[in-house]
Each structure stands twice: as C-alpha cells, then as structure tokens.
Design a protein around this ligand. Structure first.
Ligand code: GTP
Ligand code: NA
Ligand code: MG
Length: 299
C-alpha cells in the first residue's frame, strides 16, 4: 500500500483470561447486551466479534475467545488480527494457569497487554494481591513504576470500564494503526456455521479494504458473492471497512477460523483457486492414507 492511501483504523482487541474471570461479562457491559445469560453453562463456546463506539466517540473492535485456545489456533494458522490484548483477572481469585497462558500468548505474538482487574465489587476482592502477583512475574504495572497499563473494574457495576476503554485507545494511538479502505477487502474468518434459514453464516473481521454487497469472496475452499452483511446486532450493512466485524451470507460452505478471506475481481478466479485448494487437500489426504496402509503392513 502507498502510505498516502492509509488512514487510521480502529484497534482490534482480544479479551483473554482464565475461565469465569469475566471476559464475556466485560464485553456484555461494553456493548450493553447479555450474552453470558444465554450461554450453555455460562461457558463461551465460540468467538464473538463485536464493535462499539466509546463515549468519547472512538470505535473499538472486540474478539471474545473461549479461553485462549482459539487465539492459539488462529495464530497457528497465521492469522494476526489482534492489536491489543486485555487480560482479565478476577480480583477475588489469583493469577491462574490460563491467565499465565494468555499472557504468554500475547507476549509471543508481540501484542501489547492491558490488565483488567475485574470483580472489584466483590467484598473479598483484593486487587493489590493481583498486582503483586503480576510484579512477581516481572509484569510491573504503570502505577507501580512499570510499563503495563492496568485497570481495576467491575463488569457487573461497570465501574472502571470507561477508563479501560480509554486505556485501549491510548495503546492504539502508540501503535498508529492504519489501513487502506479503498481497495478489495482482506480479512480473517472468526467463525462460520450453517444456519437452517440463512445458509452459511461467516463472521469475519475486515482488516483492510472495504467489503461490499455483491463482492466475490473466497475463504479457504469456499467462495461466493456477498449476499448480505450484518453487524453483531443484526443490523444490515452495505459496506464494511477496516477493523469492522461482520456476519456475511453468500459463501458456498463454512471456512475455518483463521482462514484469510479475500475479494476477487472475477468469479472464475475465485473458483479456480478454490478448486486448486480442494485438489491439494484431496492429494494430501490420499498421501496420508497411503502412509497408514504401508505402516499397517509393517513397512
Ligand atoms: P468463560 O467464557 O467460561 O471462560 O468465562 P468468562 O471469563 O467469560 O466469565 P463470565 O463473563 O462468564 O463470568 C463468570 C461469572 O462471574 C458469571 O457468573 C458473572 O456474572 C460473574 N462476574 C463477571 N464479572 C463480574 C464482576 O465484575 N463482579 C461480579 N460480582 N461478578 C462478575
Ligand atoms: Na463463564
Ligand atoms: Mg466467556
């Protein structure tokens, strides 16, 4: 991209942390909805993608992950969609194994972290203990002279949430996030499923360019024209620019989380690439089968 074509884009934030420390509740509060209440056993089964406008008028896009496995799986597939990681830690608990893993994943990916010390409304909350535990891991927060931003908050009452969002924006400013909106869209698949009424529904994060109704898209082995696009509230969209999460209808199947989605100029081009990917996959699985057969006969 020509640097002149690049304009500022919203940060894409991943919320990670130990089970039940309040990732989804935090996101629920941020976008004023109630996903946790509908979840089976209160455990996030999928990654949601959402975007919100802060009270100060800035856009932030969010990914909610079921623990950190999805983040790792997407990274393993080469997807890099996170600009900032919020590590949620419950103040009435401790730094847990999955907290450590989340921190580790963010560090390996080179993604800046903000620590959200949650559940401070609880009588047994002890945010200082969490800060000490972080310090013991060489993660010194700014308040204590270190470099990491942190925010005490309650996803239940909302206390501290706006301050957290402003800290995200501060982190984003340092990163100088930019993208070119005036070209064919490129994004990453967040999740995909078959909806009985609507066909294949694919949630993607647009990273550069602008996706439009009628665009010919290809993700993994699946292609098709964009029939319709919706935001996370179900509102119809005609276009989706950089850092916009959308649910789209029109792909011929369900691609995998982490697949790159791109727009092509002709359907023929998209079909040919889809077919060649299909063929490569078929050959690979044949080769694997052959190995198994040889192994089975002891060669
Ligand atoms: P998984 O998706 O299963 O990993 O959990 P999660 O991190 O998304 O946690 P979730 O938002 O499901 O919250 C777990 C429990 O903690 C729920 O019962 C929430 O109501 C509760 N909870 C979350 N945040 C707060 C908070 O700030 N204060 C209080 N009192 N409870 C909270
Ligand atoms: Na939960
Ligand atoms: Mg959750």
């Amino acid at each position: 991209d020509d640097p002149e074509d690049l304009i500022e884009r919203a940060p894409i934030v991943t919320i990670m942390g130990h089970v039940d420390h309040g990732k989804t509740s935090l996101l629920d509060y941020i976008r004023t909805s109630k996903v946790t209440a509908d979840e089976a056993g209160g455990i996030t089964q999928h990654i949601g993608a959402y975007d919100v406008m802060t009270k100060t008028g800035h856009k932030i896009a969010f990914l909610d992950t079921p623990g950190h496995e999805a983040f790792t799986a997407m990274r393993a597939r080469g997807a890099k969609i996170t600009d900032v990681a919020i590590i949620v830690i419950a103040a009435d608990d401790s730094i847990m194994p999955q907290t450590k893993e989340a921190i580790n994943h963010a560090q390996v990916a080179g993604v800046p972290m903000i620590f959200a010390i949650n559940k401070i409304d609880k009588p047994n909350a002890n945010p200082n203990k969490i800060k000490e535990e972080l310090a013991n891991m060489n993660l010194l927060i700014e308040e204590w002279g270190g470099k990491y931003q942190s925010q005490e908050l309650s996803a239940k009452t909302g206390e501290g949430v706006d301050d957290l969002l402003e800290k995200v924006l501060l982190e984003a400013e340092v990163l100088e996030l930019k993208a070119n909106p005036d070209k064919n869209a490129v994004g990453t698949v967040i999740e995909a499923s078959l909806d009985k009424g609507r066909g294949y529904v694919t949630t993607i994060m647009v990273q550069s360019g602008t996706l439009k109704i009628g665009d010919i898209t290809l993700a993994g082995k699946h292609y098709g024209r964009v029939k319709a696009m919706f935001d996370h509230k179900g509102k119809k969209l005609k276009t989706a620019g950089p850092s916009t999460p959308v649910q789209l209808l029109g792909l011929s199947g369900a691609p995998q989380a982490g697949d790159i989605i791109k727009v092509y100029d002709t359907e023929r081009e998209a079909r040919e690439i889809a077919n060649s990917r299909e063929q490569i996959q078929r050959e690979q699985s044949l080769r694997t089968k052959k190995h198994i057969t040889l192994d089975e006969i002891g060669r």
